[in-house]
Ligand binder design. Structure first.
Ligand SMILES: *Cc1c(COP(=O)(O)O)cnc(C)c1O
Length: 573
């Protein structure tokens, strides 16, 4: 087991955390990763507390009309039905106003009963102005000014709340840059009444010593930036002076990633390749890598849970045991998958009215709809796809994913998939499942026969849905980017689109997809079903056993949170 020094607490800050199917406080991969991280921390009894915002209006409910036009509505949910109210209160200062912050608690319980509390911050209090009350309503909503104010609540309000709860955090983990203003709060505490100009290297070191930062975004445009004049108006002269004294303002801009980089002692990317890309973007800061994972117990279908409980009962406590899936009889793997496929098809029929065929090879593609993910690449040449389905074996395709309300390119993608679906009717069945969220995601990643992922390189920092698929014996066909560079063994755990070195382009990548489907994957699926089942089984034993958040959290504990302590233990032991 891992060693955690006694009386240590790690405060894990994330703008979104997917806690529960009925708590709509996440938008996609980042939130699911945060939730899975805390679920594994609970399983491992690592002393972590989570901090996030309440998001009273949720992310959003996606509605699609027959042509694939997306509209959005708020998700109405009642925090009091799902969360425990907490008495503690704290405040932050915004534009000179005192904004009161309350919190709700969600306990994440691990396999042995250990509890990781998550505090969801909420400004809907009668003592706040009407506008301040909306600060914890919308995840990734509003303008840049709204976002800055939210990040003050998250970072500074979160740190202050932990203080008022008497939870002393030794380590602060910033999951992405949104919470980076917590370092400003730590700088203020470090000064303890001294003025900004008195800040010295020792003070900065003291703050850095306690902060760990995980970056998730491989493009500069993805990082939150605020003009320093806006920051000055919102946070005041003294705060800006402090940020300047700590060398965290460049070109009259506060960049949250730069702030986190400067004030964290340890920084990591979320896959080996993403480390490299991030190191190129930020050559002045050493960047490490801890590859993402998923929570095995959460993402394994009921059918595979039963199979694993029977064959490898230790798997929930220790995900390394998934390695022994290599010995499970292929017939049992096939049977568990058939059941997961049936469950998915029933859920799709219920949501869309479309009855797909359980005997037909089914491709899954579901994730945020945004241009770099290229959801419509499979339809680059619809006639060719139809020809493959007719001559080699039938194909049906399941899509899902929300476009951010302001992402017109993402919305176009959804429309184009609907157009292609109409054009292919009668040849290839295509369904787009509305309102992709954890519940339906769990069924799709487990129920399809192949998980397709074709982002533009190197924009996929990690990707996690292919890991969920792997746990359920669903191989990937994917571009060699993010985690797949590490998880891919050609023909053993799945298949690649292109190679890792050369840059893919639209037509080359589409051509590779068609070639692999036509010559390798479909012939295997329809012609040699037990050989296909071997790929399924290897996905679990080779990739399920590694790409899980249990291994990931253990690496965070050893490499990021408590490296000195671990070294001391090694020297003594
Ligand atoms: C896992 C998951 C994602 C992330 O998918 P990627 O493949 O990493 O893009 C997004 N949304 C939901 C609901 C998920 O469960």
């Amino acid at each position: 087991m891992i060693n955690v020094p006694s009386n240590s607490t790690v405060a894990y800050f994330s703008m979104e955390i997917a806690l529960d199917k009925a708590v709509p406080t996440y938008s996609g991969g980042l939130g699911v990763l945060a939730g899975d991280t805390l679920r594994s921390a609970a399983d491992l009894s690592v002393p972590v507390v989570g901090i996030t915002l309440l998001h009273r209006k949720g992310y959003f409910q996606q509605h699609l009309d027959a042509s694939g036009n997306q509209t959005e509505s708020p998700v109405l949910w009642r925090p009091e039905d799902k969360l425990e109210s907490v008495d503690a209160r704290t405040t932050v200062s915004i534009e000179g106003r005192t904004v009161h912050v309350r919190a709700w608690k969600y306990p994440v319980r691990g396999v042995t009963g250990h509890e990781v509390p998550v505090y969801l911050l909420d400004t809907q209090l009668p003592e706040n102005s009407e506008w301040d009350q909306t600060l914890t309503d919308y995840l990734y909503g509003g303008d840049n000014h709204y976002r800055l104010c939210q990040e003050i609540v998250l970072g500074m309000g979160g740190a202050a709340l932990l203080r008022s709860l008497h939870i002393p955090a030794q380590i602060y983990h910033l999951n992405e840059g949104h919470s980076a203003l917590l370092t400003l709060c730590l700088l203020e505490w470090q000064l303890d009444g001294r003025k900004a100009f008195e800040l010295d290297e020792g003070d900065i070191e003291a703050v850095r010593h306690r902060c760990v930062f995980t970056t998730h975004t491989p493009v500069p445009a993805g990082h939150d930036k605020f003009p320093i004049e806006v920051v000055r108006r919102v946070l005041g002269d003294e705060a800006v002076a402090l940020l300047e004294a700590a060398h965290c303002v460049d070109d009259a801009t506060l960049n949250m990633t730069h702030l986190a980089l400067r004030l964290a002692r340890w920084v990591n990317g979320v896959a080996m390749k993403h480390r490299e890309v991030s190191q190129g973007m930020f050559p002045n800061f050493p960047i490490d890598a801890i590859t993402n994972g998923v929570h095995a117990g959460t993402w394994t279908s009921p059918a595979f849970q039963r199979l694993l409980d029977k064959r490898i009962p230790e798997w929930r406590l220790d995900n390394l045991y998934l390695r022994y899936a290599v010995g499970i009889p292929l017939q049992e793997v096939r049977a568990a998958h058939a059941e997961a496929k049936k469950t998915m098809l029933a859920a799709i029929a219920e949501r869309t009215g479309v009855l797909l065929d359980p005997k037909v090879f089914t491709i899954g593609f579901a994730r945020r709809a945004t241009p770099y993910k290229r959801a419509d690449l499979l339809f680059a040449d619809p006639a060719r796809l139809a020809e493959i389905a007719t001559s080699v074996g039938p194909i049906q395709i399941v899509f899902g994913g929300k476009a951010h309300p302001n992402d017109s390119g993402g919305k176009d993608l959804i429309r184009r998939i609907h157009e292609a679906a109409a054009a292919l009717a009668g040849q290839v069945s295509v369904v787009y499942v509305e309102n992709y969220e954890m519940e339906i995601a769990g069924k799709i990643v487990a129920g399809v026969d192949l998980w397709l992922n074709n982002p533009m390189k190197p924009l996929e920092a990690s990707g996690t849905s292919g890991m969920k698929a792997a746990l359920n014996g669903v191989p990937s066909l994917s571009v060699l980017d993010g985690w797949w560079i590490e998880g891919h063994v050609e023909g053993v755990t799945g298949w690649s689109i292109g190679d890792a070195e050369t840059e893919g382009d639209q037509s080359k990548d589409a051509n590779e997809i068609y070639l692999k489907l036509e010559r390798v994957i479909l012939p295997l699926y329809y012609g040699l079903p037990f050989a296909y089942a071997e790929v399924m089984r290897a996905s679990i034993s080779l990739n399920g056993s590694f790409f899980n958040t249990q291994r990931m959290v253990e690496q965070y504990v050893r490499n990021a949170y408590f490296p000195e302590e671990t070294q001391v233990l090694q020297e003594v032991g």
